[in-house]
Design a protein around this ligand. Structure first.
Ligand code: GDP
Length: 140
């Protein structure tokens, strides 16, 4: 498997509880390299654009309000098979279903406030990275 890049977010429930370092340690221990990172505060509108794929879901408004309720940390992760590897270390969407040792099992509060986001495929990874980072910010 080739070296890939994926997009990651440390969500408001985690930044509020000062878990950025703890989550980054999990990512790095899994073999993922944080090649770009910044702390930002999304507007509701920006969150809505990012999660537009979910706009018809009943939780969309709640999700956008949550994602714009506190700062988030947006990241680009690099490594062998990085997209799948990150999904594995994140764990299932609902922490009740997440495997032992995953970030969501340990830190997530609920299916909505689940601490991290990770791209689900190469096309979404490329689009999500481009939404938040310029080429100049991807320093490797
Ligand atoms: P992910 O790829 O594991 O993050 O999951 P999805 O793409 O299915 O959902 C995107 C995000 O929407 C999740 O990470 C949650 O923050 C949120 N979400 C998903 N399902 C629900 C739900 O049933 N209720 C609420 N409040 N939020 C949800």
């Amino acid at each position: 498997m080739a070296i890939q890049r994926t997009f990651s977010i440390i969500k408001p429930d985690a930044t509020r509880r000062n878990l950025t370092g703890a989550i980054n340690a999990r990512l790095e221990a899994a073999g993922l390299r944080i090649v770009a990172q910044k702390r930002i505060f999304l507007t509701g509108e920006q969150a809505g654009v990012f999660y537009a794929v979910h706009k018809d879901r009943p939780f969309y408004e709640e999700l956008c309000a949550f994602m714009s309720s506190a700062p988030i940390v947006v990241q680009v992760l690099e490594g062998e098979d990085a997209i799948a590897k990150n999904r594995e270390v994140m764990g299932a969407t609902n922490p009740a279903d997440a495997a032992e040792g995953t970030i969501r099992k340990e830190f997530a509060l609920s299916v909505g406030e689940n601490s991290v986001h990770g791209s689900d495929g190469p096309e979404t990874a490329a689009a999500e990275i481009a939404y938040f980072f310029s080429g100049l910010e991807l320093v490797g």
